[in-house]
Design a protein around this ligand. Structure first.
Ligand code: CU
Length: 170
C-alpha cells in the first residue's frame, strides 16, 4: 500500500507541474532569460542641419516592468552623441549641458526628448542632414544592451540653445 501511495502522489505532482508549465510558459521563459532593456519609440526625429550640432527627439516609452537606463547613444551621422538637458543660463538664455548620469525611464513612464528639453545631441555632423533624410541611431543601455531606431529629419527653427560644454561648439 505504501508503495502505491507514493506512486500516486508522484503522479499528482507530475500533473501539477505539467499544468503549471502549460499556464506560465511565458513567465518561466522571462525569468530564465537575462532581462533586456527595451523602449517603445514614437515619432523619432532629428532637426535638419548642414553641419555642426543637431538634436534627436521623440517619445521613449518604457513598457517593461523594470527601469531602463540610457547611458549613451551613437550614430554614423555624427562624430559623437551626448545626452543633453536644457537649463536656464545665468543671463536668462537657454543653455544645454551633458547629463552625465544618463536618462532613466521608470516602468510605465515615457521619456520625452524635445527641443528646449532633454535630447540626444549629435556633435560633428558628418554631412548635411536634409529634411526627409533618415538616420539610424543606437541607444546604449546600462548593462551593455543596445536598441537601434531611425530618426526622420525635419526642418525646425526654434530652440537655438547655446551649448555650455567645452567641446568644439560654434
Ligand atoms: Cu544639446
Amino acid at each position: 500500500m505504501r508503495t502505491s501511495r507514493i506512486a500516486l502522489s508522484t503522479a499528482l505532482v507530475a500533473v501539477i507541474a505539467a499544468s503549471a508549465v502549460g499556464c506560465t510558459t511565458t513567465d518561466d521563459t522571462e525569468t530564465i532569460e537575462v532581462y533586456t532593456p527595451e523602449l517603445t519609440i514614437s515619432d523619432p526625429w532629428v532637426k535638419a542641419v548642414d553641419d555642426g550640432m543637431t538634436g534627436v527627439f521623440g517619445e521613449f516609452a518604457n513598457e517593461t516592468d523594470q527601469e531602463v537606463h540610457i547611458i549613451g547613444a551613437s550614430t554614423d551621422a555624427a562624430a559623437m552623441v551626448e545626452l543633453h538637458e536644457t537649463v536656464d543660463g545665468v543671463d536668462g538664455s537657454m543653455m544645454m549641458q551633458e547629463v552625465h548620469g544618463g536618462f532613466t525611464v521608470a516602468p510605465g513612464e515615457t521619456l520625452t526628448l524635445e527641443p528646449g528639453g532633454l535630447h540626444l545631441m549629435l556633435m560633428g555632423v558628418v554631412e548635411p542632414i536634409l529634411p526627409g533624410d533618415e538616420i539610424a541611431v543606437t541607444l546604449e543601455f546600462a548593462g551593455g544592451a543596445t536598441e537601434e531606431f531611425t530618426a526622420t529629419a525635419k526642418e525646425y527653427s526654434g530652440a537655438n540653445e547655446e551649448y555650455t560644454g567645452d567641446g568644439d561648439e560654434e
